[in-house]
Design a protein. Structure first.
Length: 564
């Protein structure tokens, strides 16, 4: 009788052979056979399918279905799929509550949990299915950290809802809350809108953080070209998942690592994609965090340099007219790449996991005749990108201002200072914010929050009340990708770590000057220092658990809010 353990390993089992091969591994094989794997399956490379499915939002709702098709692609290409799940936190659901503090923290937990499963089970490759905001950078961070062959597939954008004859997104619901407070909408109107805005599976429909980061991943090359922008409910998404499984197996066979794909040039391409699409300011910290995992230094000033030379060419909400499903119908993300390549604004030779280059993906794009979502680079919507980096005596380490969705480059006004988002929202709801004010929300940074909450609850209410073009807002917290108006976030150092924003008082004159790239208060350095010496910071909101550990170890927003 032949020795059943003498079968040679598949050469592509570079990691899993140590888990499954030989008589010494009989106990492990016995357990794996208990879930239905046989000798043939265990002789193949083991490829993880990391899903972020969760029953708290529509954003990731279709991932169980997509995972079945990824499995089929892996099996048909000669691998054995190993599916596992990690967590997600919905920004849209938790917005404006204590729950929002968990959102950014979840990015690190997701990356860590993917890492632990892959390392703990010696997987040979990885496909990450992602949807809502933090799952996308978290998956890229995990792949960069592990450097095992793999890719990320976005499960797609939600379709727009229909409300009284027009397309709507979740952004409209947030702004409706402010409109109701101002008497411009009735409670019944808002209730009707909330029932129509999110018609099914998929992540938020504008160029908010999820779609921004999904776009970025195609420009980074870690997502197969053309697959991310297929909407969640499009039948073609299943085919995309199947193709992703096949691509992953080719990466495993050829031992193509994420570090070979996500290079310095690819990161610069990702920044250009954010600028050109008027994307979410959250992409700044997420790209810095991905670069950190790759051992590449990417600074916030590079975002300013790239955005300054990159025009806005995608007419997508919140700064434009269309939603993500319209971009797909127009021809997809590759249209943006094609236009940027025409002007030499991206590196066309950057590789993609699908075997092509960025230039190759762009050359293959099929543009829908008459589409208006992506305009020619020669006639951009704006001459420079959708964000800028400011410094000054209020933000020595920098801060981020979103430029898409408004035309103002300067604002000077009196400070209205709040030590939490809730306190500010109460003032907005009471209609005590006045035109000309500079609303300041502090102690909401990575450590001070902790978790650096997004301020969409406040910013949308201001827009809904009709003050979006009349006030400015600055915070050491973050903004949703759905935010528009003159809003400055990521102010660093944050208040909880002694940043100058902690010295502000009601009535201080603040100037926000985008052209000069400055955020300043009309105080001398001596006055700021004297005030800071007298500041008593609020006590930590959490003294144990994951949020307390996060607050103790998180870096500045200007460094990507990564854990050290």
């Amino acid at each position: 009788m032949s020795d059943p353990y003498a079968r040679p390993s598949d050469p592509a089992k570079r990691h899993s052979a140590a888990l499954t091969d030989g008589i010494d591994r009989a106990p492990a094989r016995a357990m794996l056979k208990g879930i239905g794997l046989d000798d043939e399956a265990l002789a193949r490379p083991l490829v993880g399918i990391a899903t972020t499915w969760i029953e708290t939002m529509p954003c990731n709702w279709n991932q169980r279905e997509l995972a079945r098709h990824v499995r089929r692609g892996i099996i048909e290409a000669g691998g054995t799929p190993v599916e596992f799940n990690t967590i997600a936190v919905s920004d849209g659901v938790s917005m404006g509550t204590e729950g929002m503090r968990a959102s950014l923290v979840s990015r690190e937990v997701i990356a860590d949990s993917i890492e632990l499963v892959v390392r703990g089970h010696l997987l040979d490759g990885l496909v990450c299915l992602v949807g809502c905001d933090k799952t996308i950078p978290a998956a890229a961070m995990a792949l960069a950290r592990l450097d095992v062959p793999g890719l990320v597939l976005y499960n797609g954008s939600i379709a727009p809802g229909r409300f009284r004859g027009r397309d709507v997104t979740l952004q409209d619901v947030f702004e409706a809350v402010g409109a109701a407070a101002a008497g411009r909408m009735s409670n019944a109107d808002v209730h009707e809108l909330e029932g129509a805005a999110c018609p099914g599976a998929g992540a938020c429909g504008g160029q908010f953080t999820a779609n921004t980061m999904a776009t970025v991943l195609e420009f980074l090359g870690i997502s197969p070209g053309g697959l991310n922008d297929i909407p969640a409910t499009d039948p073609a998404k299943k085919d995309a998942a199947y193709e992703a499984g096949k691509v992953a197996m080719r990466l495993v066979r050829d031992d193509v690592r994420p570090s070979q794909i996500m290079t310095r040039e690819a990161l610069e391409n990702g920044v250009a994609a954010v600028a050109a699409t008027g994307g979410s300011t959250n992409a700044v910290m997420h790209l810095i965090a991905i670069a950190d995992e790759l051992g590449i230094t990417l600074t916030i000033d590079e975002f300013d340099e790239i955005a300054a030379r990159t025009p806005v060419i995608a007419d997508i909400v919140p700064g434009g007219r269309f939603v993500a499903t319209d971009l797909h119908a127009a021809g997809g993300v590759a249209l943006v790449g094609r236009e940027l390549l025409k002007a030499g604004l991206v590196h066309g030779d950057a590789p993609n996991v699908d075997g092509r280059t960025l230039a190759g993906v762009a050359a293959a794009v099929v543009e829908t005749p008459g589409q208006e979502v992506v305009v020619p680079i020669e006639t951009p919507l704006k001459p420079t990108g959708g964000l800028a980096i400011l410094r000054g005596n209020l933000a020595p380490e920098g801060c981020v201002v979103k430029l898409a969705g408004h035309e103002r480059l300067f604002h000077r006004g009196p400070a209205r200072v709040f030590d939490s988002e809730e306190a500010c929202f109460a003032a907005v709801k009471a209609q005590s914010i006045r035109a000309g004010d500079v609303v300041v929300i502090r102690y909401e940074g990575p450590a001070g929050g902790p978790g650096m909450r997004e301020m969409l609850h406040v910013t949308a209410a201001l827009v809904g009340e009709g003050l979006g073009d009349e006030v400015a807002l600055i915070t050491d917290g973050r903004f949703s990708g759905a935010t528009h108006g003159l809003m400055v976030g990521h102010v660093a150092p944050e208040a909880a770590r002694g940043g100058p924003i902690a010295a502000l008082r009601d009535g201080d004159t603040i100037e926000l000057d985008v052209t000069a790239r400055e955020l300043r208060v009309a105080l001398t350095a001596e006055e700021i220092s004297a005030r800071l010496r007298g500041v008593v910071a609020p006590p930590p909101r959490y003294t144990k658990g994951v949020l307390a550990r996060y607050a103790a170890g998180v870096s500045s927003a200007s460094e990507g809010a990564v854990l050290r």
